[in-house]
Write a protein that binds this ligand. Structure first.
Ligand SMILES: Nc1ncnc2c1ncn2[C@@H]1O[C@H](COP(=O)(O)OP(=O)(O)OP(=O)(O)O)[C@@H](O)[C@H]1O
Ligand SMILES: [Mg+2]
Length: 334
Protein backbone atom coordinates (compact mmCIF):
# COMPACT_ATOMS: atom_id res chain seq x y z
CA UNK A 1 0.00 0.00 0.00
CA UNK A 2 1.48 3.35 -1.05
CA UNK A 3 0.99 6.29 1.28
CA UNK A 4 0.21 9.52 -0.57
CA UNK A 5 0.10 11.90 2.40
CA UNK A 6 1.66 11.43 5.82
CA UNK A 7 1.45 13.98 8.61
CA UNK A 8 2.99 13.66 12.07
CA UNK A 9 2.50 16.01 15.01
CA UNK A 10 1.78 19.01 12.80
CA UNK A 11 1.38 22.32 14.64
CA UNK A 12 0.67 25.74 13.15
CA UNK A 13 0.53 28.82 15.33
CA UNK A 14 -0.33 32.08 13.56
CA UNK A 15 1.18 35.33 14.85
CA UNK A 16 2.32 33.54 17.99
CA UNK A 17 -1.23 33.18 19.28
CA UNK A 18 -3.79 31.41 17.04
CA UNK A 19 -3.11 27.65 17.32
CA UNK A 20 -4.74 26.62 14.03
CA UNK A 21 -3.26 23.09 14.05
CA UNK A 22 -2.56 21.41 17.35
CA UNK A 23 -0.65 18.18 16.68
CA UNK A 24 -2.29 16.71 13.58
CA UNK A 25 -1.50 13.11 12.52
CA UNK A 26 -2.82 11.77 9.24
CA UNK A 27 -2.26 9.08 6.61
CA UNK A 28 -3.90 9.05 3.20
CA UNK A 29 -3.59 6.04 0.90
CA UNK A 30 -2.63 6.56 -2.73
CA UNK A 31 -5.63 6.45 -5.04
CA UNK A 32 -8.14 7.33 -2.32
CA UNK A 33 -10.61 10.18 -2.25
CA UNK A 34 -10.09 11.62 1.22
CA UNK A 35 -12.54 14.08 2.81
CA UNK A 36 -11.57 16.42 5.62
CA UNK A 37 -14.59 17.65 7.57
CA UNK A 38 -14.58 20.30 10.23
CA UNK A 39 -16.42 23.40 11.44
CA UNK A 40 -15.40 26.91 10.42
CA UNK A 41 -11.97 27.82 11.68
CA UNK A 42 -11.01 24.25 12.61
CA UNK A 43 -7.81 24.33 10.53
CA UNK A 44 -8.79 22.67 7.24
CA UNK A 45 -7.38 25.35 4.93
CA UNK A 46 -4.29 25.74 7.10
CA UNK A 47 -3.55 22.02 6.78
CA UNK A 48 -4.09 22.13 3.05
CA UNK A 49 -1.81 25.16 2.69
CA UNK A 50 0.98 23.36 4.53
CA UNK A 51 0.52 20.19 2.47
CA UNK A 52 0.67 22.24 -0.74
CA UNK A 53 3.90 23.96 0.44
CA UNK A 54 2.40 27.45 0.72
CA UNK A 55 2.95 27.75 4.49
CA UNK A 56 5.56 26.28 6.78
CA UNK A 57 4.32 24.53 9.92
CA UNK A 58 5.45 25.77 13.34
CA UNK A 59 6.52 22.21 14.16
CA UNK A 60 5.89 18.63 13.07
CA UNK A 61 6.31 16.91 9.72
CA UNK A 62 4.36 16.30 6.54
CA UNK A 63 5.24 14.47 3.35
CA UNK A 64 3.71 13.85 -0.06
CA UNK A 65 4.65 10.49 -1.58
CA UNK A 66 7.59 10.45 0.83
CA UNK A 67 8.76 13.96 -0.12
CA UNK A 68 9.04 16.29 2.87
CA UNK A 69 6.91 19.39 2.20
CA UNK A 70 9.54 21.74 3.63
CA UNK A 71 12.86 20.27 2.53
CA UNK A 72 11.68 19.02 -0.88
CA UNK A 73 8.98 21.58 -1.63
CA UNK A 74 9.94 22.09 -5.29
CA UNK A 75 9.58 18.34 -5.96
CA UNK A 76 6.26 18.25 -4.07
CA UNK A 77 4.90 21.03 -6.26
CA UNK A 78 5.61 18.94 -9.38
CA UNK A 79 3.23 16.17 -8.28
CA UNK A 80 0.36 18.13 -6.75
CA UNK A 81 -2.32 20.55 -7.87
CA UNK A 82 -4.43 22.77 -5.71
CA UNK A 83 -7.82 24.40 -6.21
CA UNK A 84 -8.14 27.00 -3.44
CA UNK A 85 -11.24 28.01 -1.51
CA UNK A 86 -11.16 31.42 -3.24
CA UNK A 87 -11.62 31.92 -6.96
CA UNK A 88 -8.44 31.20 -8.90
CA UNK A 89 -9.26 32.14 -12.50
CA UNK A 90 -9.47 35.49 -14.28
CA UNK A 91 -13.00 36.49 -15.24
CA UNK A 92 -12.14 39.09 -17.91
CA UNK A 93 -10.59 36.57 -20.30
CA UNK A 94 -11.86 33.30 -21.79
CA UNK A 95 -11.67 29.82 -20.30
CA UNK A 96 -9.16 28.81 -22.97
CA UNK A 97 -6.96 31.84 -22.19
CA UNK A 98 -7.01 30.97 -18.48
CA UNK A 99 -5.81 27.46 -19.27
CA UNK A 100 -3.12 28.81 -21.58
CA UNK A 101 -1.77 31.08 -18.80
CA UNK A 102 -1.74 28.18 -16.32
CA UNK A 103 -0.07 25.92 -18.90
CA UNK A 104 2.70 28.52 -19.27
CA UNK A 105 3.06 28.93 -15.49
CA UNK A 106 3.37 25.16 -15.14
CA UNK A 107 5.98 25.11 -17.91
CA UNK A 108 4.08 22.76 -20.21
CA UNK A 109 6.05 22.42 -23.48
CA UNK A 110 4.52 24.46 -26.32
CA UNK A 111 4.32 21.42 -28.60
CA UNK A 112 1.20 19.56 -27.65
CA UNK A 113 0.04 22.33 -25.27
CA UNK A 114 -3.11 23.11 -27.26
CA UNK A 115 -4.03 19.41 -27.26
CA UNK A 116 -3.61 19.15 -23.46
CA UNK A 117 -5.73 22.30 -22.96
CA UNK A 118 -8.46 21.03 -25.30
CA UNK A 119 -8.50 17.70 -23.45
CA UNK A 120 -8.77 19.47 -20.08
CA UNK A 121 -11.68 21.57 -21.39
CA UNK A 122 -13.40 18.50 -22.77
CA UNK A 123 -12.78 16.53 -19.56
CA UNK A 124 -14.57 19.22 -17.58
CA UNK A 125 -17.39 19.63 -20.11
CA UNK A 126 -16.36 23.16 -21.08
CA UNK A 127 -15.35 22.75 -24.72
CA UNK A 128 -18.43 24.53 -26.07
CA UNK A 129 -17.80 27.65 -23.92
CA UNK A 130 -13.99 27.65 -24.13
CA UNK A 131 -13.82 30.95 -25.99
CA UNK A 132 -16.43 32.79 -23.90
CA UNK A 133 -15.39 35.26 -21.20
CA UNK A 134 -15.32 33.59 -17.77
CA UNK A 135 -17.55 36.36 -16.38
CA UNK A 136 -20.39 34.79 -18.40
CA UNK A 137 -19.89 31.37 -16.74
CA UNK A 138 -22.07 29.99 -13.95
CA UNK A 139 -20.52 29.20 -10.54
CA UNK A 140 -20.33 25.51 -11.43
CA UNK A 141 -18.61 26.21 -14.75
CA UNK A 142 -16.05 28.43 -13.00
CA UNK A 143 -15.30 25.65 -10.53
CA UNK A 144 -14.89 23.17 -13.37
CA UNK A 145 -12.55 25.59 -15.17
CA UNK A 146 -10.45 25.87 -12.02
CA UNK A 147 -10.28 22.09 -11.90
CA UNK A 148 -9.30 21.91 -15.57
CA UNK A 149 -6.42 24.32 -14.75
CA UNK A 150 -5.35 22.17 -11.82
CA UNK A 151 -5.47 19.03 -13.92
CA UNK A 152 -3.19 20.32 -16.68
CA UNK A 153 -0.13 18.76 -15.04
CA UNK A 154 -1.92 15.45 -14.37
CA UNK A 155 -1.19 15.68 -10.63
CA UNK A 156 -0.65 12.59 -8.48
CA UNK A 157 -2.62 14.38 -5.77
CA UNK A 158 -5.35 16.93 -6.30
CA UNK A 159 -6.12 19.19 -3.33
CA UNK A 160 -9.55 20.83 -3.37
CA UNK A 161 -10.58 23.35 -0.74
CA UNK A 162 -14.40 23.43 -0.57
CA UNK A 163 -14.79 22.34 -4.22
CA UNK A 164 -18.56 22.88 -4.42
CA UNK A 165 -19.19 25.66 -1.92
CA UNK A 166 -22.10 27.85 -2.98
CA UNK A 167 -23.11 25.66 -5.94
CA UNK A 168 -26.63 24.36 -6.47
CA UNK A 169 -27.17 20.57 -6.19
CA UNK A 170 -27.11 19.98 -9.96
CA UNK A 171 -23.86 21.92 -10.40
CA UNK A 172 -22.34 20.08 -7.43
CA UNK A 173 -23.23 16.75 -8.99
CA UNK A 174 -21.68 17.70 -12.34
CA UNK A 175 -18.47 18.87 -10.61
CA UNK A 176 -18.20 15.52 -8.83
CA UNK A 177 -19.01 13.46 -11.92
CA UNK A 178 -16.21 15.16 -13.83
CA UNK A 179 -13.87 14.80 -10.89
CA UNK A 180 -14.59 11.10 -10.47
CA UNK A 181 -14.00 10.38 -14.16
CA UNK A 182 -10.70 12.34 -14.10
CA UNK A 183 -9.64 10.47 -10.98
CA UNK A 184 -10.41 7.14 -12.62
CA UNK A 185 -8.54 7.97 -15.78
CA UNK A 186 -5.34 9.18 -14.10
CA UNK A 187 -5.51 7.33 -10.75
CA UNK A 188 -5.21 10.62 -8.91
CA UNK A 189 -5.43 10.82 -5.13
CA UNK A 190 -8.01 13.44 -4.15
CA UNK A 191 -7.89 15.31 -0.83
CA UNK A 192 -10.79 17.69 -0.24
CA UNK A 193 -12.30 19.85 2.49
CA UNK A 194 -16.02 20.30 2.70
CA UNK A 195 -18.98 21.33 4.77
CA UNK A 196 -21.30 19.15 2.69
CA UNK A 197 -21.68 15.86 4.56
CA UNK A 198 -23.53 14.21 1.66
CA UNK A 199 -20.52 14.69 -0.63
CA UNK A 200 -18.16 13.16 1.89
CA UNK A 201 -20.63 10.30 2.31
CA UNK A 202 -21.05 9.57 -1.40
CA UNK A 203 -17.65 10.30 -2.88
CA UNK A 204 -14.97 9.66 -0.27
CA UNK A 205 -13.13 6.44 0.54
CA UNK A 206 -12.05 7.82 3.89
CA UNK A 207 -13.00 10.71 6.12
CA UNK A 208 -11.24 12.63 8.88
CA UNK A 209 -12.97 15.05 11.21
CA UNK A 210 -10.93 17.96 12.50
CA UNK A 211 -12.01 20.17 15.39
CA UNK A 212 -10.02 23.07 16.83
CA UNK A 213 -6.84 21.94 15.13
CA UNK A 214 -7.05 18.31 16.24
CA UNK A 215 -8.12 15.20 14.38
CA UNK A 216 -11.02 13.79 16.32
CA UNK A 217 -12.15 10.87 14.15
CA UNK A 218 -11.06 8.81 11.12
CA UNK A 219 -12.79 6.13 9.09
CA UNK A 220 -14.96 5.29 6.13
CA UNK A 221 -18.42 6.86 6.08
CA UNK A 222 -19.89 3.53 7.26
CA UNK A 223 -17.36 3.12 10.07
CA UNK A 224 -18.05 6.64 11.29
CA UNK A 225 -21.79 6.06 11.25
CA UNK A 226 -21.39 2.77 13.11
CA UNK A 227 -19.14 4.48 15.65
CA UNK A 228 -22.18 6.40 16.93
CA UNK A 229 -23.50 3.01 18.12
CA UNK A 230 -27.03 4.21 18.06
CA UNK A 231 -29.32 2.77 15.43
CA UNK A 232 -33.05 2.40 15.88
CA UNK A 233 -35.18 -0.54 14.76
CA UNK A 234 -38.83 0.39 14.76
CA UNK A 235 -41.47 -2.36 14.86
CA UNK A 236 -45.09 -1.48 14.20
CA UNK A 237 -47.02 -4.21 16.04
CA UNK A 238 -50.40 -5.67 15.21
CA UNK A 239 -51.35 -5.70 18.86
CA UNK A 240 -50.84 -2.83 21.33
CA UNK A 241 -49.99 -5.07 24.22
CA UNK A 242 -46.52 -6.50 24.69
CA UNK A 243 -45.90 -8.51 27.83
CA UNK A 244 -43.31 -7.04 30.20
CA UNK A 245 -41.27 -10.26 30.10
CA UNK A 246 -40.85 -9.89 26.32
CA UNK A 247 -39.52 -6.35 26.77
CA UNK A 248 -37.23 -7.65 29.50
CA UNK A 249 -35.83 -10.34 27.17
CA UNK A 250 -35.09 -7.73 24.50
CA UNK A 251 -33.57 -5.30 27.02
CA UNK A 252 -31.29 -8.03 28.39
CA UNK A 253 -29.54 -8.57 25.02
CA UNK A 254 -26.09 -7.01 25.29
CA UNK A 255 -26.34 -5.18 21.95
CA UNK A 256 -29.52 -3.38 23.00
CA UNK A 257 -29.03 0.10 24.49
CA UNK A 258 -32.66 0.72 25.39
CA UNK A 259 -36.24 -0.06 24.39
CA UNK A 260 -39.16 2.34 24.09
CA UNK A 261 -42.73 1.17 23.65
CA UNK A 262 -45.54 3.53 22.80
CA UNK A 263 -48.90 2.18 21.67
CA UNK A 264 -48.19 -0.20 18.82
CA UNK A 265 -44.72 1.22 18.19
CA UNK A 266 -41.75 -0.63 19.61
CA UNK A 267 -38.40 1.17 19.23
CA UNK A 268 -35.28 -0.80 19.96
CA UNK A 269 -32.06 1.24 20.10
CA UNK A 270 -29.04 -0.90 19.20
CA UNK A 271 -25.41 -0.58 18.18
CA UNK A 272 -25.82 -2.34 14.83
CA UNK A 273 -29.35 -2.72 13.49
CA UNK A 274 -28.52 -5.22 10.75
CA UNK A 275 -27.14 -7.75 13.24
CA UNK A 276 -29.71 -7.06 15.94
CA UNK A 277 -32.80 -7.26 13.74
CA UNK A 278 -32.96 -11.07 13.24
CA UNK A 279 -32.37 -11.72 16.96
CA UNK A 280 -35.09 -9.31 18.13
CA UNK A 281 -37.41 -10.62 15.43
CA UNK A 282 -36.86 -14.18 16.68
CA UNK A 283 -37.77 -13.19 20.25
CA UNK A 284 -40.95 -11.45 19.09
CA UNK A 285 -41.96 -14.41 16.94
CA UNK A 286 -41.31 -16.96 19.72
CA UNK A 287 -43.36 -14.87 22.13
CA UNK A 288 -46.26 -14.61 19.69
CA UNK A 289 -45.92 -10.86 19.05
CA UNK A 290 -46.93 -10.20 15.47
CA UNK A 291 -45.22 -7.43 13.53
CA UNK A 292 -46.93 -5.37 10.82
CA UNK A 293 -43.99 -3.27 9.65
CA UNK A 294 -40.27 -2.82 10.36
CA UNK A 295 -38.00 0.15 9.63
CA UNK A 296 -34.45 0.99 10.58
CA UNK A 297 -32.93 4.40 11.18
CA UNK A 298 -29.19 4.70 10.98
CA UNK A 299 -27.16 7.75 11.95
CA UNK A 300 -26.13 10.10 9.15
CA UNK A 301 -22.76 11.78 8.75
CA UNK A 302 -24.43 14.92 10.14
CA UNK A 303 -24.98 13.02 13.40
CA UNK A 304 -21.35 11.90 13.36
CA UNK A 305 -20.16 15.45 12.71
CA UNK A 306 -22.29 16.88 15.49
CA UNK A 307 -21.07 14.25 17.92
CA UNK A 308 -17.36 14.69 17.26
CA UNK A 309 -17.08 18.31 16.16
CA UNK A 310 -19.72 19.83 18.42
CA UNK A 311 -22.94 21.62 17.65
CA UNK A 312 -21.38 24.23 15.42
CA UNK A 313 -23.15 25.59 12.36
CA UNK A 314 -22.81 23.34 9.34
CA UNK A 315 -23.56 26.26 7.09
CA UNK A 316 -20.53 28.32 8.01
CA UNK A 317 -21.08 32.01 7.72
CA UNK A 318 -17.83 33.93 8.18
CA UNK A 319 -17.37 36.98 5.99
CA UNK A 320 -14.79 35.09 3.89
CA UNK A 321 -17.28 32.36 3.19
CA UNK A 322 -20.14 34.69 2.41
CA UNK A 323 -17.91 36.52 -0.09
CA UNK A 324 -16.89 33.19 -1.54
CA UNK A 325 -20.48 32.03 -2.00
CA UNK A 326 -21.41 35.27 -3.70
CA UNK A 327 -18.43 35.30 -6.00
CA UNK A 328 -18.95 31.70 -7.03
CA UNK A 329 -22.65 31.93 -7.65
CA UNK A 330 -22.64 35.22 -9.52
CA UNK A 331 -20.86 36.16 -12.65
CA UNK A 332 -17.33 36.56 -11.37
CA UNK A 333 -16.24 38.61 -8.39
CA UNK A 334 -18.65 40.90 -6.58
N1 LIG B 1 -3.13 33.94 7.91
C1 LIG B 1 -3.68 33.81 9.11
N2 LIG B 1 -3.29 34.57 10.17
C2 LIG B 1 -3.82 34.42 11.40
N3 LIG B 1 -4.80 33.53 11.70
C3 LIG B 1 -5.25 32.74 10.71
C4 LIG B 1 -4.72 32.84 9.36
N4 LIG B 1 -5.36 31.93 8.59
C5 LIG B 1 -6.23 31.29 9.40
N5 LIG B 1 -6.16 31.78 10.65
C6 LIG B 1 -6.93 31.30 11.83
O1 LIG B 1 -6.60 29.93 12.03
C7 LIG B 1 -7.75 29.16 12.35
C8 LIG B 1 -7.98 28.08 11.31
O2 LIG B 1 -8.32 28.71 10.09
P1 LIG B 1 -8.55 27.91 8.72
O3 LIG B 1 -8.78 28.93 7.65
O4 LIG B 1 -7.45 26.94 8.53
O5 LIG B 1 -9.90 27.12 9.09
P2 LIG B 1 -10.93 26.36 8.13
O6 LIG B 1 -11.24 25.08 8.82
O7 LIG B 1 -10.41 26.29 6.74
O8 LIG B 1 -12.21 27.30 8.20
P3 LIG B 1 -13.39 27.57 7.10
O9 LIG B 1 -14.30 26.38 7.18
O10 LIG B 1 -14.04 28.81 7.57
O11 LIG B 1 -12.74 27.73 5.74
C9 LIG B 1 -8.90 30.17 12.47
O12 LIG B 1 -9.01 30.56 13.81
C10 LIG B 1 -8.43 31.32 11.59
O13 LIG B 1 -9.00 32.53 12.02
MG1 LIG C 1 -11.12 26.97 4.90
Amino acid sequence: MTIAIEVNGLVKVYSGKVRALDGVNLKVKAGDVFALLGPNGSGKTTLMRILTTQFKPTSGEASIFGLDVIRRDAEVRKVISYVPQEMSVWTDISGYENLLIYAKIYGLPSTGRTKVIREALEGMGLDSVADNLVKTYSGGMIRRLEMACAMLIRPRILFLDEPTLGLDPTARKVVWEKLVSFKKEFDTTVFFNTHYMDEADIYSDEIAIIDRGRMVKFGTADELKHSIKKEVIQFILTNHIVAENVLKMIRSMDFVSYVIISNSELNVVVKDAETALPVVMEILRNEGVSVKKISMTRPTLDDVFLKYAGAISLQGGGIREIKQIRSMSGKGYI
